[in-house]
Design a protein. Structure first.
Length: 415
């Protein structure tokens, strides 16, 4: 029997009353940790946290799926802090994340609560010296790392993974998308088989699902319904514009609507170019992409995060997992590759229950593809509001089962 409740679907074997408003303490969080959470304004657990924290503290393996911005980090950080003690052999817990930015963010989120129990946390990622990182890693209870750098440290025997008892794969889908599977496999093989494994992902379909099953033992499955929930909480606009007018259209948007805006472009060069052009037009903008040094990326992020600049121009990879508060607008200057990329991009706003605006600039050549992405997300109405038409699905999409927005309607052709 599968129990379906408005906010989540839970495994049939155990049916916690997920709707009951549970406090962190009721989920097994200690008074010390509850206190530091409260000091940071975190009073009540989010849905995914209500679903995983108690089981994770009990030592169960976890497969968790929920949308970006739903609070997954504390879903694993709180149990790990509860499970570890300062006197434990180090390093004890390993969190793998897809990007450097995310490594830093997850580490920072950990540090705040880890100090309640005297635990040390460090982040390991590429672009900085190996030696210092190895030294810091040997002193830390909790390591947050990108797979590439961790594999490098392990290969050189600069880090000892034999004491790891808790492993987390955060944004597992993204790690696979980014081609980290070989590194992840190698790392997992170096970690004792007798461990607790937690898998956090926006999707558990296909390859990610298989990996999740392979890495976990008798996991509890937890899912907060609708990875597209973000989409419902937001306003979505599709703005038709000639390719040559995109810059003007963007500048107009940025000046008319004040806010903190994340602008997505397709390429690293494109990010630099657009940030430069925006500055020329009087918009305070910085770029962030993978060809910049770690220091330069951190500076961009810091200037944007602190509000010194209002606009961050980023590539998909650079913005993955980014959690900057109060992003009010996400602009797709170049269209997202597919509906998943759209959700990930706009997921940078409307985080933690706040509402936000997603704006996609659509040139005539991009109409077909963007229209299909919109339809896939049931945003056809929004797309067509501006006088554009969603075209019939391509054959590749037409084979998808039960896509109401794609299949349930008669394809509308242009007159
Ligand atoms: P995800 O990993 O699911 O994308 P994050 O863990 O990055 O989401 O959380 C998104 C934001 O929500 C963060 O700024 C985090 O501090 C905040 N947050 C998480 N849990 C809570 C909570 N229980 N109450 C208030 N804010 C929270
Ligand atoms: Mg996350």
């Amino acid at each position: 029997m599968t129990m379906t409740v408005p906010i989540s679907r839970v495994a049939p074997d155990d049916e916690p009353d997920v709707l009951a408003p549970k406090s962190f303490e009721e989920l097994g969080t200690s008074p010390e940790v509850t206190k530091v959470l409260a000091a940071r304004g975190i009073m009540e657990p989010f849905a995914i946290q209500r679903l995983v924290i108690a089981d994770a503290i009990a030592g169960r393996d976890i497969l968790a799926k929920s949308r970006t911005g739903s609070g997954k980090t504390l879903g694993f950080a709180v149990p790990i802090v509860e499970l570890l003690a300062a006197k434990d052999l180090k390093p004890r817990a390993l969190i793998l994340v897809p990007t450097r930015e995310l490594a830093v963010q997850v580490k920072d989120e950990f540090i705040a609560i880890a100090k309640a129990k005297g635990l040390l946390v460090m982040a390991a990622y590429g672009g900085v010296g190996l030696k210092d990182q190895a030294k810091a890693a040997s002193r830390a209870h909790i390591i947050v790392a990108t797979p590439g750098r961790l594999e490098d440290l392990a290969d050189r025997r600069m880090i000892d993974l034999s004491k790891i008892s808790v492993l987390v794969l955060d944004e597992a889908d993204r790690m696979l998308d980014m081609g980290f599977l070989p590194q992840v496999n190698k790392i997992v093989r170096r970690i004792p088989g007798k461990r607790q494994t937690m898998f956090f992902s926006a999707t558990l379909d296909g390859e990610v699902g298989r990996l999740a099953k392979a890495f976990t033992t008798d996991p509890v499955m937890r899912e907060v319904e609708s990875p597209l929930q973000t989409v419902d909480e937001m306003e979505h606009r599709f703005v038709p514009t000639e390719q040559a007018d995109k810059l003007d259209t963007l500048v107009k948007l940025l000046t008319e609507e004040s806010g903190r805006t994340l602008v997505f472009v397709r390429t690293k060069r494109g990010a630099d170019r657009l940030a430069y052009k925006l500055k020329g037009r009087g918009v305070q903008a910085v770029a962030m992409h993978g060809d910049m040094t770690q220091g330069a990326r951190e500076r961009s992020l810091e200037r944007f995060g602190s509000g010194k600049v209002t606009t961050l121009v980023a590539t998909d990879v650079a913005a993955r997992g980014l959690d900057v508060d109060n992003i009010t607008h996400v602009v797709n200057y170049d269209p997202p590759e597919d509906h998943k990329a759209y959700v990930h991009r706009v997921g940078r706003t409307a985080r933690a229950g706040k509402s936000g605006i997603g704006i996609t600039l659509v040139s005539p050549a991009e109409r077909g593809d963007v229209g299909r992405v919109a339809a896939r997300l049931s945003l056809d109405t929004e797309f067509e509001k501006e006088g554009m038409k969603v075209l019939p699905p391509r054959m590749a999409y037409a084979s998808h089962r039960g896509r109401k927005s794609m299949m349930g309607r008669r394809p509308r052709r242009r007159g």
